[in-house]
Design a protein around this ligand. Structure first.
Ligand code: ASP
Length: 339
């Protein structure tokens, strides 16, 4: 029997058309193009159906509302398909991949996000390769994770980050090798792939979790940011230098962090470096962060840290439990240093 794949089409460049105001998605357009591609109905191709979201969005407009629609759609169709492809804009694809990884606990089937840098209707489009490989990967079931296929590589969704706005090799997962590479054949990195879960549990995401991301830069005047640390701020990702370092020159960040921690906010420290991990306490410039109640994001991407905060607050956990979970590997999103 043919394997069956469900394609959730949320928007993005892949199905966009040129308008007077720039590229924009057009309802029904992608389906018409796909129906006219004989290779998508070739004998070796799995059977597929497409669920088109309405409205289709540029992924800059995707929020937790759409994450919930995607998660609920996968849950609702879970029993009828062998795998899922999510067609999505590239701009926030890594955030959505991370969010779905956390929301779909116990996943036992592939969920592959993909899209393209050039719309499918154009001659040099990368959509055909991305789409065909994503469908094949979703059907064969070898990688029952939330993953992201782009430019010949399958990456763990909660490790992926967009690294190029114009190259066809738009994504990387700098702290995790690819789960598969598509050369003459599709080669899986089997030792790295997480085992299939037994039972899918969908955790919807609260849409109103008040979190912030603060990127540190030389000369940053922390007092300008004190205003955002109100009682309603629940979480903050601090994008620090190197191994978790922050400037000490006017000692003004720590009061901000302490104030946030006193309100029960969770401060997770990530690094601005593409590769490597936060190690709080290695330098004098990071030790006080730990003392002030911040937790380490280790080698998590900022995208994963943001999605994880959304997820943990949506579970209704207390701050202390969230702090602990932020430093724990839940879906392969972080590596803790050997203790
Ligand atoms: N702005 C587009 C989006 O993220 C870019 C893309 O899909 O490549 O929807």
């Amino acid at each position: 029997m043919k394997k069956r794949v469900c394609i959730l089409y949320t928007g993005g460049t892949i199905g966009m058309v040129a308008t007077d105001h720039g590229y924009a998605p057009l309802q029904g357009h992608l389906q018409r193009v796909l129906n006219a591609m004989p290779e998508l109905r070739a004998p070796d191709m799995p059977a597929w159906d497409i669920v088109e979201f309405d409205p289709l969005l540029d992924s800059s407009d995707i929020t937790a509302v759409e994450w919930n629609q995607m998660g609920a759609s996968i849950r609702d169709h879970y029993g009828s398909y062998d795998g899922f492809v999510v067609l999505h804009g590239t701009d926030t694809m890594a955030y959505t991949a991370s969010a779905l990884a956390f929301m779909l606990e116990g996943l036992g089937k592939p969920v592959v996000l993909t899209g393209s840098q050039i719309p499918i209707g154009q001659l040099r489009s990368d959509a055909r390769d991305n789409l065909i490989n994503a469908i094949l990967i979703a059907a064969d079931g070898v990688c029952p994770e939330v993953s992201l296929y782009f430019g010949g590589r399958l990456l763990r969704g909660c490790r992926a980050t967009k690294i190029s706005s114009d190259e066809l090799w738009a994504f990387d997962s700098p702290n995790c090798p690819p789960l598969a590479t598509a050369g003459i054949s599709l080669r899986y990195n089997v030792g790295l792939i997480r085992p299939a879960g037994r039972e899918l549990r969908f955790h919807p995401c609260r849409t109103d979790v008040p979190i912030a991301v603060l990127k540190i830069f030389p000369g940053i005047q922390f007092r300008l940011f004190e205003g955002i640390v109100t009682e309603s701020l629940r979480g903050m990702v601090l994008e620090s230098f190197g191994a978790g370092n922050i400037p000490q020159y006017d000692h003004s960040l720590l009061p901000v962090v302490r104030k946030a921690a006193a309100h029960g906010a969770v401060i997770a420290v990530c690094t601005q470096c593409l590769r490597g991990s936060v190690q709080l306490g290695v330098y004098e410039t990071s030790a006080p962060l730990q003392a002030a109640g911040a937790v380490s994001g280790y080698d998590m991407t900022v995208e994963a840290a943001v999605a994880k905060l959304y997820h943990l607050f949506s579970l209704g956990l207390e701050s202390a439990a969230i702090r602990m979970a932020m430093e724990t590997d839940l879906r392969g999103e972080l590596t803790r240093p050997q203790e």
